[in-house]
Design a protein around this ligand. Structure first.
Ligand code: DAT
Ligand code: MG
Length: 148
Protein backbone atom coordinates (compact mmCIF):
# COMPACT_ATOMS: atom_id res chain seq x y z
CA UNK A 1 0.00 0.00 0.00
CA UNK A 2 1.05 3.63 -0.52
CA UNK A 3 3.40 5.23 2.01
CA UNK A 4 4.43 8.80 2.77
CA UNK A 5 7.15 10.46 4.78
CA UNK A 6 5.97 12.90 7.45
CA UNK A 7 8.33 14.92 9.65
CA UNK A 8 7.39 17.06 12.63
CA UNK A 9 9.80 19.99 12.44
CA UNK A 10 11.66 21.38 15.48
CA UNK A 11 8.95 23.97 16.25
CA UNK A 12 6.29 21.25 16.30
CA UNK A 13 8.37 19.26 18.79
CA UNK A 14 9.15 22.29 20.97
CA UNK A 15 5.50 23.35 21.00
CA UNK A 16 4.29 19.96 22.17
CA UNK A 17 2.35 19.13 19.01
CA UNK A 18 3.76 15.62 18.48
CA UNK A 19 0.83 13.79 20.06
CA UNK A 20 -1.78 15.95 18.35
CA UNK A 21 -0.19 15.46 14.93
CA UNK A 22 0.21 11.69 15.32
CA UNK A 23 -3.36 11.52 16.53
CA UNK A 24 -4.73 13.20 13.39
CA UNK A 25 -3.05 10.68 11.08
CA UNK A 26 -3.93 7.77 13.35
CA UNK A 27 -7.60 8.71 13.74
CA UNK A 28 -7.95 9.14 9.99
CA UNK A 29 -7.12 5.45 9.65
CA UNK A 30 -3.55 5.59 8.37
CA UNK A 31 -1.05 3.09 9.74
CA UNK A 32 2.15 4.21 11.48
CA UNK A 33 4.98 2.19 9.95
CA UNK A 34 8.04 4.12 11.11
CA UNK A 35 8.72 6.56 13.94
CA UNK A 36 11.81 8.10 15.47
CA UNK A 37 13.00 11.31 17.09
CA UNK A 38 16.34 12.51 15.83
CA UNK A 39 18.61 15.48 15.27
CA UNK A 40 19.70 16.00 11.70
CA UNK A 41 22.95 17.65 10.70
CA UNK A 42 23.37 20.35 8.08
CA UNK A 43 24.39 18.06 5.21
CA UNK A 44 21.45 15.72 5.89
CA UNK A 45 18.99 18.64 5.91
CA UNK A 46 20.53 19.95 2.67
CA UNK A 47 20.05 16.52 1.11
CA UNK A 48 16.43 16.30 2.24
CA UNK A 49 15.68 19.72 0.72
CA UNK A 50 18.10 19.35 -2.25
CA UNK A 51 15.38 20.30 -4.77
CA UNK A 52 15.13 23.72 -3.10
CA UNK A 53 18.87 24.43 -2.89
CA UNK A 54 18.68 27.34 -5.37
CA UNK A 55 15.91 29.14 -3.44
CA UNK A 56 16.76 32.26 -1.44
CA UNK A 57 15.09 30.80 1.66
CA UNK A 58 17.17 27.57 1.50
CA UNK A 59 19.85 28.53 4.09
CA UNK A 60 17.17 29.64 6.59
CA UNK A 61 15.15 26.49 5.93
CA UNK A 62 18.18 24.30 6.64
CA UNK A 63 18.99 26.22 9.87
CA UNK A 64 15.37 25.78 10.98
CA UNK A 65 15.32 22.02 10.39
CA UNK A 66 18.59 21.48 12.27
CA UNK A 67 17.60 23.78 15.16
CA UNK A 68 16.29 20.94 17.36
CA UNK A 69 15.04 17.37 17.30
CA UNK A 70 12.48 16.35 14.71
CA UNK A 71 10.07 13.41 14.61
CA UNK A 72 10.36 11.35 11.43
CA UNK A 73 7.51 9.06 10.46
CA UNK A 74 6.25 6.77 7.74
CA UNK A 75 2.48 6.55 7.34
CA UNK A 76 0.68 4.08 5.12
CA UNK A 77 -2.74 3.96 3.50
CA UNK A 78 -4.74 4.47 0.31
CA UNK A 79 -3.80 7.86 -1.22
CA UNK A 80 -1.79 8.75 1.88
CA UNK A 81 0.55 11.09 -0.04
CA UNK A 82 -2.17 13.41 -1.31
CA UNK A 83 -4.42 13.02 1.72
CA UNK A 84 -1.44 13.61 4.03
CA UNK A 85 -0.77 16.90 2.25
CA UNK A 86 -4.42 17.86 2.77
CA UNK A 87 -4.20 17.04 6.48
CA UNK A 88 -1.05 19.21 6.66
CA UNK A 89 -2.45 22.16 4.70
CA UNK A 90 -0.90 24.70 2.31
CA UNK A 91 2.82 25.54 2.56
CA UNK A 92 2.06 29.11 3.65
CA UNK A 93 0.00 28.98 6.86
CA UNK A 94 -1.73 32.21 5.75
CA UNK A 95 -3.33 30.08 3.02
CA UNK A 96 -3.82 26.87 5.05
CA UNK A 97 -7.45 26.19 5.88
CA UNK A 98 -8.52 25.95 9.51
CA UNK A 99 -8.80 22.25 10.32
CA UNK A 100 -5.44 21.52 8.71
CA UNK A 101 -2.33 21.19 10.88
CA UNK A 102 -0.67 24.32 9.49
CA UNK A 103 -4.02 26.13 9.42
CA UNK A 104 -4.55 25.39 13.09
CA UNK A 105 -1.02 25.64 14.48
CA UNK A 106 1.18 27.85 12.30
CA UNK A 107 1.42 31.46 11.17
CA UNK A 108 4.50 31.79 8.96
CA UNK A 109 6.15 29.61 6.30
CA UNK A 110 9.44 29.46 8.15
CA UNK A 111 7.75 27.85 11.19
CA UNK A 112 5.12 25.69 9.54
CA UNK A 113 5.46 22.76 11.96
CA UNK A 114 5.45 19.79 9.62
CA UNK A 115 6.76 18.29 6.39
CA UNK A 116 4.97 15.82 4.12
CA UNK A 117 6.14 14.23 0.87
CA UNK A 118 4.63 15.88 -2.21
CA UNK A 119 4.49 12.80 -4.49
CA UNK A 120 4.81 9.03 -4.39
CA UNK A 121 8.28 9.39 -5.93
CA UNK A 122 9.48 11.91 -3.30
CA UNK A 123 7.97 9.72 -0.59
CA UNK A 124 10.02 6.77 -1.83
CA UNK A 125 13.22 8.86 -1.85
CA UNK A 126 12.54 10.46 1.53
CA UNK A 127 11.70 7.17 3.24
CA UNK A 128 14.96 5.71 1.90
CA UNK A 129 16.90 8.76 3.14
CA UNK A 130 15.34 8.94 6.60
CA UNK A 131 14.83 5.23 7.28
CA UNK A 132 17.83 3.44 5.74
CA UNK A 133 17.40 0.78 8.45
CA UNK A 134 13.92 0.01 7.14
CA UNK A 135 10.50 0.40 8.72
CA UNK A 136 8.21 -1.68 10.87
CA UNK A 137 6.51 -4.69 9.32
CA UNK A 138 3.05 -5.01 10.84
CA UNK A 139 -0.56 -5.11 9.68
CA UNK A 140 -3.43 -3.55 11.58
CA UNK A 141 -6.20 -5.88 12.72
CA UNK A 142 -8.57 -2.95 12.14
CA UNK A 143 -8.03 -3.13 8.39
CA UNK A 144 -11.51 -4.48 7.52
CA UNK A 145 -13.07 -1.74 9.66
CA UNK A 146 -11.25 1.00 7.72
CA UNK A 147 -11.37 -0.46 4.18
CA UNK A 148 -14.22 -2.25 2.44
P1 DAT B 1 6.01 22.08 1.54
O1 DAT B 1 6.69 22.00 2.89
O2 DAT B 1 4.57 22.52 1.67
O3 DAT B 1 6.17 20.83 0.72
P2 DAT B 1 8.04 23.24 -0.20
O4 DAT B 1 8.54 21.86 -0.40
O5 DAT B 1 7.77 24.07 -1.40
O6 DAT B 1 6.72 23.27 0.72
O7 DAT B 1 9.09 24.05 0.69
C1 DAT B 1 9.70 23.44 1.81
C2 DAT B 1 9.65 24.40 2.97
O8 DAT B 1 10.39 25.57 2.65
C3 DAT B 1 8.27 24.90 3.33
O9 DAT B 1 7.60 24.02 4.21
C4 DAT B 1 8.54 26.22 3.96
C5 DAT B 1 9.76 26.71 3.21
N1 DAT B 1 9.37 27.61 2.12
C6 DAT B 1 8.79 27.26 0.95
N2 DAT B 1 8.57 28.32 0.17
C7 DAT B 1 9.04 29.40 0.88
C8 DAT B 1 9.11 30.79 0.63
N3 DAT B 1 8.66 31.32 -0.51
N4 DAT B 1 9.63 31.58 1.60
C9 DAT B 1 10.10 31.06 2.76
N5 DAT B 1 10.07 29.74 3.06
C10 DAT B 1 9.55 28.93 2.13
MG1 MG C 1 7.85 20.00 -0.11
Amino acid sequence: MEQTFIMIKPDGVQRGLVGEIISRFEKKGFYLKGLKMMNVDRSFAQKHYADLSAKPFFPGLVEYVISGPVVAMVWEGKNVVVTGRKIIGATNPSDSSPGTIRGDYAIVMGRNVIHGSDSIESARKEIALWFPEGIADWQSNLHPWIYE
